[in-house]
Design a binder for this molecule. Sequence first.
Ligand SMILES: [Zn+2]
Length: 480
Amino acid sequence: MIRWMMFFLVGMLMLPATVIAQDTPIATSGLTIHVVQRNETLFSIAQQYESSVDELAALNGLGDVNNIQAGQRLLVPTDSSPVEQIAPRTHTVLIGETLDSIATFYGVTVSDLINWNPEITSPETIYVGQVLTVSGISTTGTFVDTTDITTAEEDVVHTIQSGETLFRIATMYGVTVDEIVQANAIEDPTLIFAGQTLTIPGVAVPQPASTLPAPLATLDISPPIFIEGKTGRLQLTTVTPVAVSGRFLEQELRVASEQEGTVHTILVGVPVFTEPGIYQMTLNFTDGNAQVTTLPVNLLVIGGAYGSEIISLLEDRNELLNPIVEDEEMNLLRRVMSPFTPDRYFDGQMGLPAAAPITSPFGTNRSYDGGQIFDRFHGGTDFAGAPGSPIIAPAAGRVVLADTLNVRGIATVIDHGHGVYSLYAHQSERFVELGEFVTPGQVIGSIGSTGRVEGAHLHWEIWVNGIQVDPMQWVSHSFS
Ligand SMILES: [Zn+2]
């Protein structure tokens, strides 16, 4: 109480000052967006944010860390460096939280939160991973000191889930990676393993479990902010067996349920041309008594910054010359890749399908003869391998298409399970049969120029539950 009054008085004396001093530096952690400036490299950006090239690459699904462009928007970890001790207290929004629950937790009002966070336009538009200011001068003109909340700090124990990184765990609990490393005497932060338990020091924010509706026990979303043209993954655990369903971006979510319906994995492809913004995902949990619990989750989708190409300059310019032929082929591919295989054949990061330089990245908008930009984009990654050089299966799976197509020429499609498929186009020769199970590293064909191309190259696509996504994210990031 004395402490509170002291702050009250300090607040009064300071009015109308806008800078608020705190007695202790508060460690904050979350994500923000950095717009790449000219002459910046991923390394220089990593240094600015006390991050690493690897971390930024994983966070943004970057395949080629040397290929970033001015104007590109990158997710970067926010961090309170020692020189910024006057920064106001922040809170990273967790799954299941509302402005109401956050206001209640910090003992402030929703109006205060809206006041301190001008980017909030309505109470519905906060999203997972958003960093909110939770202290400041209240609407009544007094300083609201939420640092008191930290006096109730206690350590919690977190069991590492498959695919989690220290950075993600730190973000989830609103602490820094350094704090977790120190509290657990971790020598090498890259060597953590699923099942390992960590002490999370001084957690002062509500735990995810306490904000999730029963029967949901944990919900992990990776990355916490989705990117146009990339893949995202949800992992859920429930205390009782349930059937999970849901919708996001007008897609029916496809769910792989294991361990008697208590562990669920959902992969989501964010379509290219999805407008940046906040989108609501709804998740439904149906128990054995047909009781349905619904959880809405707001997620931020940011643009993929794919740029554009003039098609007459491309080697494979003919890929788009006849949209009707292309559409027919796309419909065939959609049918082939629509079944959902509940088994997962891929494990960890995928390998590269060819030992060759990338000549055309995924996602580039394509214009025709320098004219208008079509609502079309490059749906794969091109590798300029020598004719006849090997095409390698980047992960295990079953061959579900082995055919010669109009646009893609001699083509193979592999089903990797959990709704993930990969496609290999323009081959000169194919070495696998329909129905065959391939293993990672197996040579499945050779690079050629069949179909509508003018030069030999491998065109590699990855589809996630019916959506074409950036294949290189699967090389740099594990979704298992
Ligand atoms: Zn291509």
